[in-house]
Design a protein around this ligand. Structure first.
Ligand code: GUN
Length: 292
């Protein structure tokens, strides 16, 4: 078993991103600029957004956090998005999900100018991705492809099983792995909550990507020997034993699945760190006008 080490790959790619940002600053006199909009005080969202902002500083990007309380109206939020769309100093806009129930996330996502949609959630970017055209690719799937590439994982003709069909991970991941790209060219099966006998399918996986949001969902009896496992799970449990007050668990029973795997991502220290890289690379591409 070998680790797909998110810490190692993300640190290496951050050096490259910082070099690119420095070039942009030298050439244009400005830094790539990411704006994050955060509504409310969800613990996970607070952590993720803080990490996104911190990593922007680390690589020499400008970052701005726009905060609202839970009671912000949908109209207020949409107006803010339009204001950010029109601001020529901004390269990337993300609105952290989930949003409170009275706000339609689809409406907000579609209001973001697709040319600044560095989350890659806008239908224009998803459609362009599916057609293999230049687009912003959702950060977590993008980060996973960068990790597979870094370790030279051969995906051509392999059976990739994606567990989970979310807009953020499972669905775009399945498109990327089926595309004629590197990594890609897989035969892809998507499993979800309505799939009967998931085990019979995961047992066929050469590459297993799990984004279902359930601790220890994938157990050792559900994988074959030599499988490549990518665990997207970020299940937080409160713990008095850690400084942050919580402990993070993946969707895969790492201890028992790892011995059967050829490659596997740890949690923490795997995919989570790569998500940030996907976001930074999209923001860089926007600042360089590489996509639009
Ligand atoms: N919530 C969970 N993951 C993400 C992400 O990648 N982007 C945004 N905006 N919200 C999220």
């Amino acid at each position: 078993m070998q680790l797909l080490d998110g810490k190692y790959v993300s640190e290496k790619l951050k050096v490259e991103i910082a070099e690119e940002a420095a070039k942009i600053l030298q050439k244009t006199g400005r830094q790539p600029h990411l704006v994050a909009v955060l509504v409310g005080h969800d613990g996970g969202s607070e952590t993720y957004v803080a990490s996104k902002m911190k990593n922007c500083e680390k690589v020499g990007f400008k970052s701005t956090l726009v905060r609202y309380e839970d009671d912000v109206t949908e109209d207020e939020l949409l107006k803010k998005v339009e204001e950010l769309n029109a601001d020529a100093d901004i390269d990337g806009i993300i609105v952290q999900l989930p949003l409170p129930k009275h706000i339609d996330p689809e409406k907000v996502t579609e209001r973001i100018d697709h040319r600044k949609d560095v989350d890659g959630f806008h239908p224009v970017n998803l459609g362009r991705m599916q057609r293999n055209l230049p687009s912003f690719i959702p950060a977590t799937p993008y980060g996973i492809t960068l990790m597979l590439k870094e370790y030279g994982i051969d995906t051509v003709g392999k059976h990739c099983v994606v567990v989970g069909r979310s807009n953020i991970v499972g669905s775009p991941m399945s498109i990327l792995m089926a595309r004629n790209t590197t990594p890609g060219n897989c035969t892809v099966t998507i499993c979800h909550s309505r799939t009967p006998d998931i085990k019979s399918i995961t047992l066929q996986a050469d590459i297993l990507i799990v984004a279902i949001g359930k601790k220890n969902f994938i157990t050792a009896d559900m994988v074959k020997d030599g499988v490549v496992v990518v665990d997207v799970g970020m299940n937080r449990e409160t713990s008095a034993l850690t400084k942050s007050g919580y402990k993070l668990y993946g969707d895969v029973d790492f201890e028992n699945v790892a011995p059967k795997s050829s490659w596997i991502t740890p949690v923490p220290g795997g995919v989570g760190l790569m998500t940030i890289i996907g976001l930074l690379k999209n923001t860089l591409a926007s600042a360089n006008k590489e996509v639009y």
